[in-house]
Ligand binder design. Structure first.
Ligand SMILES: [Zn+2]
Length: 165
C-alpha cells in the first residue's frame, strides 16, 4: 500500500512549521527562507514543486502551481493540504523530517552503540536517514506524533498504515 507518491512541495517562510509536518506524513517537501517572490517562483519551476504559502500575491502569481493556505493555524494547514492531495497519499514516517530524504531500513545489530542503549534494547525495527545519519524508531516521540496526526486528521494511524505496532 506504500506506493511512493510523486507530489513535491516547496514551502516558503510564511508556513515554515508545516514543512516538517508534511515530511512526517511522508511528503517530499523543500523549504525556502527567501521572501523574494521571483526567487521562490524560480525555485519552484526548476524543481517541479508546488508552492505552499500564506502569501496571496505569490499564490496568485503561481496559479495552479501553488496552494494558498487559508488558515494561520498549523493543524488547519495540515488538514487543508492533506484533504487537497488525498489522505491516501500520506506515508507517515517514511522520510527524514529534518532533511527530507527517504529513510532506509537498517538492521538492528548495526544500530547498537549508535542509539541510546534502552532504545536499542526495547525496539527491533530501525531506519536511518541516508543524508544526515539520524536514526528513527517507533518510540515515545513517534507515538506522540501519531497521536497528533490522529487528532488533526482523524482516523486511525497506528497499525497497517504506519508499518507496525
Ligand atoms: Zn536526515
Amino acid at each position: 500500500m506504500h506506493a511512493q507518491n510523486d507530489l513535491k512541495f516547496l514551502v516558503d517562510r510564511t508556513a515554515g512549521k508545516l514543512a516538517r509536518w508534511l515530511r512526517v506524513l511522508g511528503f517530499d517537501v523543500e523549504y525556502t527562507a527567501t521572501g523574494a517572490l521571483s526567487e521562490i517562483a524560480k525555485l519552484a519551476r526548476q524543481s517541479g514543486r508546488k508552492v505552499i504559502t500564506r502569501n496571496g500575491s505569490l499564490a496568485h502569481r503561481l496559479g495552479t502551481d501553488s496552494i494558498l493556505l487559508r488558515s494561520e493555524h498549523l493543524k488547519n494547514q495540515i488538514k487543508q493540504v492533506v484533504n487537497l492531495v488525498g489522505v491516501e497519499k500520506c506515508e507517515p514516517f517514511s522520510r527524514c523530517n529534518v532533511c527530507n530524504a527517504r529513510l532506509a531500513g537498517v538492521e538492528r545489530r548495526l544500530v547498537e552503540g549508535r542509539v541510546p542503549e534502552y532504545v536499542y534494547l526495547k525496539h527491533d525495527r530501525f531506519s536511518v536517514c541516508p543524508v544526515c545519519g539520524r536514526y528513527y524508531w517507533q518510540g515515545t516521540h513517534w507515538h506522540k506524533m501519531i497521536g497528533e496526526i490522529e487528532k488533526t486528521l482523524g482516523g486511525k494511524w497506528h497499525g497497517d498504515r504506519s508499518g507496525r505496532d
